[in-house]
Write a protein that binds this ligand. Structure first.
Ligand SMILES: [Ca+2]
Ligand SMILES: [Ca+2]
Length: 102
């Protein structure tokens, strides 16, 4: 949530991604395997403080998946819309002014 305020982007989490590299691959499977039975830490994909069969299933289910790109915050999209509208209005005003002078 803190990234939302600083970058204006929402980062979507990828279930099964144990190391935060935005993809579920063999490294994530190894993290679950190497920490199976541990109390949380690397390999805990669902945050229940236990590396267990649910984490293995998360990696299995999302294996090969990559996280979608960051989604711009709606406010950013609205600001972009205002900027485009303002630029168009400015261009239309310049054309009218040029016609009036000639
Ligand atoms: Ca990963
Ligand atoms: Ca877990």
């Amino acid at each position: 949530m803190s990234g939302l305020y600083t970058t204006g982007e929402i980062t979507l989490l990828l279930p099964g991604d144990t190391n935060g590299d935005q993809q579920v691959d063999i490294a994530d499977l190894n993290n679950v395997r190497n920490n199976f039975g541990a109390a949380g830490g690397l390999g805990d994909t669902n945050g229940d403080q236990l590396v267990d069969i649910q984490d293995l299933n998360n990696v299995r289910h999302f294996f090969g998946a990559t996280a979608p790109q960051a989604v711009p915050e709606p406010t950013s999209l609205m600001l972009l819309g205002f900027a485009v509208t303002g630029a168009c209005a400015f261009q239309c005003g310049r054309r009218r002014f040029a016609r009036a002078e000639s």
